[in-house]
Design a protein around this ligand. Structure first.
Ligand code: DUC
Ligand code: ZN
Ligand code: ZN
Length: 478
């Protein structure tokens, strides 16, 4: 039968794929119907639409489980990306699901924060999305009613902060929240930096006039992350609950996680591109304000710490590789120059963009440079984030029944510039990097949303995903 004239059996057939999953690589055609993968095999029947992968690697669409989109900020500061520009940018970089944060302000009900965040995303997302919660005010109402109810409704993960004045929790509050995560089967994510140490160091630096962006890294040395990581693990041990330490930046925090794992504790960990590709020098080697573009927390460390992070990605210490996209324009009064001024490092909005570059940086410099296997890439960027946050097996894999979220990889050398990116930020920290790969196509639930040169999706296509509990660990009977 001539496939060109026969009745289509599929909405889409992706032919000659070198499919990569977290465990295998296999050659196949991928048949898609109603947004799902319905057949994997050779010589599939015709599709209404056909794409020839021509033997190129095809991975699951990325699940970016840590990014910030349109998160409310103290005026005049505003995030550059809303749900439309942020998810468009994600799609063009090979990500098909994002999990940003519905953040509770102190005094606000958690439920209100969730309503507000739905209003911000409604009709705007170009790819599928869900929300983590950020709990900054664990009142009895939040602990007893709101949080358990929201977990039951599918918001099965929440982040808690050990620093930032408007977000930080004390140890007792952390224990309360860990206890809820244990009782209700949610994943607790921890931002681990010691707030008092940061404040003490910041005041000393300010007292001697050291306020340029580069001193942000001096105020948050590895020690403050090491101490908080250790404490978070100890608190989770007390409650007997798995936790996930986010944005781990270097050796001393990695050592704490290895220590916890060595005790048999269920400590999961995430790292991000900035800890592989940036160093503290990117915050400036002099007092120039240009370094504000790389101010994020924890700050990037040094080359030796980058190697530790690479090794820990390869050997399984890390569970998840996320962007921590926190987009602020560099040259703007609502961004890194609040009110139009160069401000002391304490007041520079924390965060860097990276939602579009996450996948290509790791495929190019991880897989193609021989540091990690293609399977490890899939595990870190798609399968494990989907498992950690209750989206697997619908998301994060190539399997019959899974959503047809796929990336075809083009391997070619090019110089990365901000001009080619689709976020609403006026810079990328990775400007001028030589990369060897970029997604040649991104498919989200069977629809092509990036064709290798253009965004072909639309705002409002993305669906909100209520989530199950984490599935990284075996379940006990009964
Ligand atoms: N640090 C965070 O904790 N969140 C957003 C960005 C950042 O730098
Ligand atoms: Zn954080
Ligand atoms: Zn973050």
């Amino acid at each position: 039968m001539n496939p060109a004239t026969a009745m289509p059996e599929f909405d889409l057939v992706l032919r000659n794929a070198q499919a990569v999953t977290a465990s295998d690589t296999f050659f196949c055609d991928i048949g898609v119907r109603a947004g799902r993968i319905v057949q994997l095999g050779f010589g599939l029947g015709p599709g209404a639409r056909e794409v020839d992968a021509a033997g190129r690697a095809v991975t699951p669409g990325g699940v970016d489980a840590h990014c910030h989109l349109d998160q409310p900020m103290e005026p005049p500061v505003r995030m550059a990306d809303d749900f439309e520009s942020g998810t468009k940018s994600a799609a063009c970089g090979g990500t098909t699901t994002v999990i940003p944060f519905a953040a509770q302000a102190k005094g606000q009900s958690l439920r209100d924060a969730v309503h507000d965040y739905h209003a911000r995303s409604e009709g705007k997302a170009c790819i599928d999305y869900s929300f983590h919660l950020i709990v900054s005010d664990p009142t009895p109402q939040v602990l007893k009613e709101e949080l358990p109810a929201l977990i039951r409704e599918g918001y099965t993960s929440f982040k808690l902060y050990m620093t930032y004045d408007d977000l930080k929790l004390n140890d007792s509050q952390m224990l309360d929240l860990f206890d809820i995560a244990r009782e209700h089967g949610a994943m607790a994510m921890v931002h681990a930096e010691n707030s008092d140490c940061i404040e003490w160091l910041t005041k000393r630096l300010e007292g001697s006039g050291r306020i340029a962006p580069r001193y942000h890294a001096h105020a948050r040395p590895m020690l403050v992350e090491r101490e908080a990581t250790h404490r978070a693990i100890a608190l989770s041990e007390l409650v007997d609950v798995p936790i996930l330490i986010v944005h781990v930046s270097g050796k001393e925090a990695v050592e704490q996680i290895r220590w916890g794992r060595g005790l048999g504790l269920k400590v999961f960990a995430e790292t991000c591109p900035q800890y592989l590709f940036l160093t503290a020098e990117d915050l400036g080697i002099d007092d120039s304000y240009h370094g504000a573009r790389c101010v994020c927390s924890p700050p990037p460390r040094d080359k030796a710490n980058q190697e530790v992070i690479w090794d820990a990605l390869a050997d399984g210490l890390f569970t998840v590789f996320s962007s921590d996209h926190a987009p602020f324009r560099l040259d703007a009064p609502e961004g890194k120059r609040p009110g139009g001024k160069e401000v002391p490092f304490r007041h520079i909005p924390n965060g860097i963009p990276g939602i579009e570059t996450r996948m290509a940086l790791l495929w190019s410099e991880g897989v193609l440079a021989g540091r990690i296997t293609p399977q490890k890439f899939v595990e870190l960027t798609a399968t494990n984030p989907a498992k950690a946050y209750g989206l697997h097996p619908r998301k994060g894999t190539i399997a019959v029944g899974a959503d047809a979220d796929l990336v075809i990889w083009d391997e070619r050398e090019f110089i990365l510039t901000n001009k080619q990116l689709h976020h609403a930020v006026d810079y990328t920290p990775y400007e001028g990097m030589l990369l060897s790969a970029w997604p040649g196509m991104t498919i989200c639930r069977g629809e092509i949303v990036w064709d290798g040169s253009h965004f072909t999706g639309r705002a409002g296509y993305g669906r909100f995903l209520p989530r199950a509990g984490p599935s990284l660990l075996p379940k006990k009977r009964g």
